[in-house]
Each structure stands twice: as structure tokens, then as C-alpha cells.
Write a protein that binds this ligand. Sequence first.
Ligand SMILES: Cc1cc2nc3c(=O)[nH]c(=O)nc-3n(C[C@H](O)[C@H](O)[C@H](O)COP(=O)(O)O)c2cc1C
Length: 341
Amino acid sequence: MSESIQKRKAEHIKWCLTDDVLGEGVTNGFERIRVIHNALPEINFEDISLQTNFLDIPIATPFLISSMTGGAALAGSINEHLARAAEARGWVFALGSTRALIEDEAFRQSFKVRSFAPTIPIVANLGAVQFNYGFTTDMCQTIVDETEATALVLHLNSIQELIQSSGDTNFEQLLPKIEQLVDKLGVPVGVKEVGFGIDAHTAKRLTDVGVSFIDVAGAGGTSWSQVEKLRSNDRLKKQAAEAFKGWGIPTLESLRAVKDAVDVPVFSSGGMRDGIDALKAIGLGASQVGYAKTILKEATESAEAVNEAMAVRELELKMGMFGLGHTTIQQLQQTDRIIVN
Ligand SMILES: Cc1cc2nc3c(=O)[nH]c(=O)nc-3n(C[C@H](O)[C@H](O)[C@H](O)COP(=O)(O)O)c2cc1C
């Protein structure tokens, strides 16, 4: 078991460093958004602040490193680089699936990033489907305790599991199990997809049972049917996966629908490229903006490389806020300078 998790995680990293994993015929939808430039902003650039909250915790920026990895040898160093940079800049850091932490002691260390990131919110991650394969609330509490996480996010990845070899495909009766977890776990529980988006109805069902935040993780960036197609040795699945290259709810569509449907914080992720995508997402009411693939290469290099990539996104967002005439994230969330075509 442990060897296959190790191999799978290493292959995910390898393939996600290429552009072959991008969906085809689907975009994040953000090219449909125009912002109305403000020629007379009447603000001092120096006064612009990215300070905001993650859930109710104050944090220096509205940015999030989306769940990526843990469990493979390389993942340990990737997580250290990400954690150190996130701490330095005030980004939320979401770990990759922490399932391996329970299933094999040897992997525990790769998830223990609190020493590199003592103050920022850390989010642990687990596939919700694992509740149909032996995972319990107690195991989730162990994950939270071991990682010293601020919150836990459950991922919904039905299509990925289906294409993945020996994936877990029984998604029956997960909502009551999510409800049970929400009631018992000592930290807030959120839900995300992995790149195919969440619709309004699903988001509402999740928040009705007490889920604290929704990360839409929409289409337009990494496509997990493409990733698993590339990894698969199963001829039939490989061919069938090809038909899913344009699958998923574009991030823009998912963000708007979910934002309208629920009252909890909604995060925008899935194909987020730069600080201008963040500007647009926050302008549509997103609380946090998450990046996975577009920060992975730097994560394999060093904390300094990640830090620089983060600094560029922050600068882009601040420049965009200057262009609109807003000095705070709260003002940007209420802007009337966003048009969706
Ligand atoms: C290398 C890699 C590993 C990932 N592993 C996980 C994971 O363990 N759990 C999870 O919820 N999402 C995982 N994801 C999905 C991302 O969190 C994100 O939802 C998805 O990649 C879409 O965002 P992007 O277009 O910015 O890459 C992973 C993404 C990448 C690139």
C-alpha cells in the first residue's frame, strides 16, 4: 500500500510539472471578466493592504496554497518550501491528502510542517470517499493533531478516483458521514473539488450539514482526468479519460453559483494564474484565492523561489487594486467595477 501511495504521489508531481495535464476546450472563464479601470483612484498606493481573514483568523493576504502533496520523498521538501514561504508572506497553506499519514508512519514527517510555519493557518486534507473505506472521525482528529492544522478540507474527486488504477469509487452516503465529522471534529471542516468545480445545489447541501467553507476548485487549470489518463496502464480507461478533457464547471461559473447559494466563505481556485485572476475572484466575493499547479515548479526548487512567485502575485493584486481605487480587500469584495460578459 505505502509503496503505491509513494509512487502515485511522485507521478502526480512529475506530470503536473508539465502542461499535458491541463484540460482542453475548457478555461477558468476569467477571460469573460472585465474590470473597469479607475483613472482617478484618489488613493496612495502605499496605503493598499491585503490584510484579511481566513475563516475568523486575521491573515496578511487572501492567498492560499491549494492542497498538493505529502507522502512521497520529494513531497517532504516541497511541503517544507511551501510552508516556509507561506509563513514568510502570510498565505494559508493547505497540505495534500493526509491519508498516507494514517496509513504509514513513514510518511508522517512529510506532513509535519508546523515547525516551518508556526503562525499561519494550515489546512489538512482528505478525500471524503475515504469514509466509505474505513476512515473514521477519530482518524481525522489524529490527522489534525499530528499536523497541528487549523482546519480540515475534504476533497471530492469522483472522476479522478474512477480513472485512477484501483481508485475508490463508492461515493454512496457521504453526506451523513460529512455531517458526523463536522459535528465531532475539533476544527472547522471545508469541502473542495480537485478541478471540476462544485455546483450551487451541492454547496448548499454541504453547508446545510455544517460545512464551514467551500473551495470551488473549478475547471480551467489542472485536469485530474488528464493526470490519471497519462498515468494509466489501462487501455480502456485511457481512451475513456480522453473524453473528459473538457469536463468540469469553469471556476468562474462555480464561484458565482456557489457564492449566490451559501453564506459561508467561498474560495476561488482551479486554473488561477496570477494576481489579476485573484483581483477578479475577490471582486466577485471570494474570500480566498488558491493556486496549485502554477506554484508547483517553484515548490520543487526552494522556499525562496516560492516566496518570489508569491510576491509577484501579491504585487499584481495590489497593482490591480490601485487600478480600481480600492485600498482594502473588504472594499474589493464589494466593488462595482467588475463586469462579466
Ligand atoms: C501535484 C498536485 C497534487 C495534488 N494533490 C491533491 C490532494 O492531495 N488533495 C486535493 O484535495 N487536491 C490535490 N490537488 C488538486 C489541487 O488542490 C487543485 O484543486 C487543482 O489542482 C486545481 O487547481 P490548479 O488548476 O491551480 O492546479 C493536487 C494538485 C496538484 C498540482
